[in-house]
Structure formats: C-alpha cells, structure tokens
Ligand binder design. Structure first.
Ligand code: KG4
Ligand code: ZN
Length: 342
C-alpha cells in the first residue's frame, strides 16, 4: 500500500510517500522561517505559509518517490491536534487531492503519528509498548496495547518539554526554536552544570511539569547576570544549558522507566522533536535497559515534524479502521482514554 502523507499542524509544511507503512520512498519538509523574529509560532502566519508551500512540497514528494497520484492508494493528513488554521490547510489539500484522484483519505492524529515514526525506524517493532512522546506541543506517556489502541499513562500539567527548551533558549538569547541550540551549548560546556530542580520526580504519578524549571532558570539567569550588567558570560550560559538539559532528560527518562515497570512492558519508544536530543536518547536507552526493555528511537529527521510518520500512521489506520469520511472534523485538541493497567 502506498500512502501520501501531509503534515501542516504547526510550522512545518511536509509531504512524504511511504510504502506498506514502513518504507520511506520520499520525505520533503519545509520549515517555516517566518516565526523566528517573534520567538514562537504565529498561527496566522503559519496558515498562510502552509497555503503558499503545500502544493510545491507535495509535488516534490511525489516526484522524488518517482510516482504520481494515480499510483497512490490513499492520502493521509494530520487532522488533530495542532493550530486550527494550519490543520485546515493540510486537511483541505489532502481531501481535495483524494477526491480528485478518486482515492480514500485518512485523518491522522499528530501525536499517534510521532509514535509511528518508530515503525519506520524498525519495521519489526510490534506493540504492546510504552511510548514517550516529547515535542514542542506535547509531553505524554502512552501505552499501546497489542491491537494498537492507545491510552494515556501521564502527561505534562503545564509546558511541554520542547516548549521549555524553546522558552529557556529565548531567555538566554539563543533564538527559536531552541532545543538544538541548547544541546550544542550544553555539549561545549567546560564547567559543572548548574543544578536545577527535577520537577515531579518525588511524585508517584507519571505526569510532568516543566514551567517551574523554566522559572528556576530565569531566577538563576537574573542573579548571575546582575553583576555583569544583565548579561551572563558565555561559560555561564553553557553551564545553564547543560544543567537545564540534564534536569529535563533525567525526569523524562526516569518517568519512562517507571511507566515500563508499571505496565510490565518489554518495548519502549521515544519520539517527538525532543527525542532528537542526544543526551535524552542515551538516558532513555539506559532507563529501558534497567527494566530489561528494548528502546526504539527514530533517527532525528523522523523525530521532528515530518509527513513520513503521518503516512505510516495513515497506513495502519486505513488497514484497521478504513477511510475517513469527507466531513471528518479537524480539531485543535485531542483526548485519549486513561491507562488502567494491564
Ligand atoms: O515534534 P516537533 O518538531 O513539533 C511539535 O510537534 O511540537 O518538536 C519541536 C520541538 C521544539 O520545541 C524544539 O526545540 C525541540 O522539539 N527540539 C529539541 C531538539 N531538536 C528539536 N529539543 C531538544 N534537543 C534537540 N536536539
Ligand atoms: Zn510534532
């Protein structure tokens, strides 16, 4: 089965062609640069830029896959969660293509799509599994049962992990998005990392909280910068980045370990944009090994927003639930049932 995937939920306009839910034949991503000067995504600008780029991006994906619409079996697009206007652009485009070509269309959940990047990384991967999805908009632990049904084990109570990376980068003057910049500064740090709190680690829930950590960084930066006319010296910024990254990675990895133990699961997945972080990949690998589980982490290009994961998720949805109706709503929010144990 060959599926064309379309992704426009936030600030990446992406299209990809995936065969049998596991083989990426092409993947094209246009990352919007219009938001950089605002320090965050501006929804109206995002929708307009998707509209400008989606046609060319989809045409490039088909061309690079050496195929045309007639050889595609279905069109899948992200329909939730995300920015409402941005989702509308991708869904209308995908439905129009599908309707015009006489093919089925499949609405895909963005967070579920992030998880499906793991099936592209390792086609032999099978549920049941526990997945930690950490991105700019979401930080959640899921249990995927043997039939592929997802239930929520824990989630952030405030900021997502990637959002915390971006906000800390902004207050350190490192630009937007900030995850990669913080990782690079942490890597080059030559001094001891600043010690920051590990939020909700003492708590026995599987939930997360990152907004207090962000405030702790802000307070540290204010104190440390006070002597230097408000600006910290470069080595100090590196040490803040290293300390902040350590705190986030330790909390994420430890909660993944607890979730694996709680569910008695032997397979783990780490995905979403923050999973591109090298330190988190190592920490999550260690956490999985501690409970005898194997961890699958997609390569970095499949962790950040892309359409190959949407096509992979669409393939599974189509096979298991059939096509989506052409009046399927798009929705900025999504909900999952709570995990109740195995
Ligand atoms: O999955 P994604 O592309 O978009 C959402 O669905 O939100 O995730 C983007 C997030 C941003 O917050 C970005 O700063 C973060 O992922 N990110 C990273 C790294 N690369 C991207 N965070 C930490 N370390 C990285 N190397
Ligand atoms: Zn995402």
């Amino acid at each position: 089965m060959i599926v064309l995937g379309i992704e426009t939920s936030c600030d990446e306009t992406a299209a990809a062609v995936v065969e049998d839910g596991t083989t990426v034949r092409s993947a094209v991503v246009h990352s919007q640069s219009v938001h950089a000067e605002y320090g965050g995504v501006v929804p109206e600008l995002a929708s307009r830029d998707h509209l400008r780029k989606i046609g060319a991006v989809a045409a490039a994906a088909l061309r690079q896959a050496g195929t045309g619409l007639c050889a595609i079996d279905a069109v899948a697009a992200t329909s939730r969660p995300g920015l409402a206007g941005a989702l509308l652009v991708g869904c209308c485009f995908a439905r129009g293509l599908a309707l015009g070509a006489g093919k089925p269309w499949v609405a895909v959940n963005h967070v579920e799509a992030h998880l499906h990047a793991a099936f592209l990384e390792d086609p032999t991967l099978r549920p049941p599994l526990v997945a930690l999805i950490a991105s700019g908009g979401h930080t959640s632990l899921f249990h995927m049962d043997g039939q592929g049904g997802m239930s929520l084990m824990g989630r952030t109570l405030d900021d997502a992990a990637g959002e915390a990376f971006d906000k800390v980068a902004q207050l350190l003057g490192l630009g937007y998005p900030g995850g990669r910049a913080i990782e690079q500064r942490a890597q080059r740090s030559a001094v001891r990392p600043v010690a920051f709190p590990r939020p909700l680690l003492g708590d026995d829930s599987l939930d997360f909280s990152f907004s207090g950590l962000k405030t702790a960084v802000l307070n540290h930066v204010r104190r440390a910068g006070a002597g230097g006319g408000g600006r910290m010296e470069e080595g100090g910024i590196d040490a803040v980045c290293a300390g902040f990254q350590d705190a986030v990675c330790e909390v994420l990895a430890e909660k993944l370990r607890r979730a694996l133990e709680y569910a008695g699961c032997a397979r783990a997945v780490l995905a979403g944009g923050v999973a591109a972080n090298g330190r988190l990949r190592l920490a999550a690998g260690r956490a999985a090994r501690q409970c005898g589980a194997t961890l699958t982490v997609p390569r970095p290009a499949l962790c950040t927003d892309n359409a190959a994961m949407v096509a992979a998720c669409g393939s599974r949805r189509l096979a298991e639930h059939g096509p989506s109706p052409f009046d399927e709503p798009v929705s900025p929010r999504a909900t999952w049932p709570r995990y109740r144990g195995t």
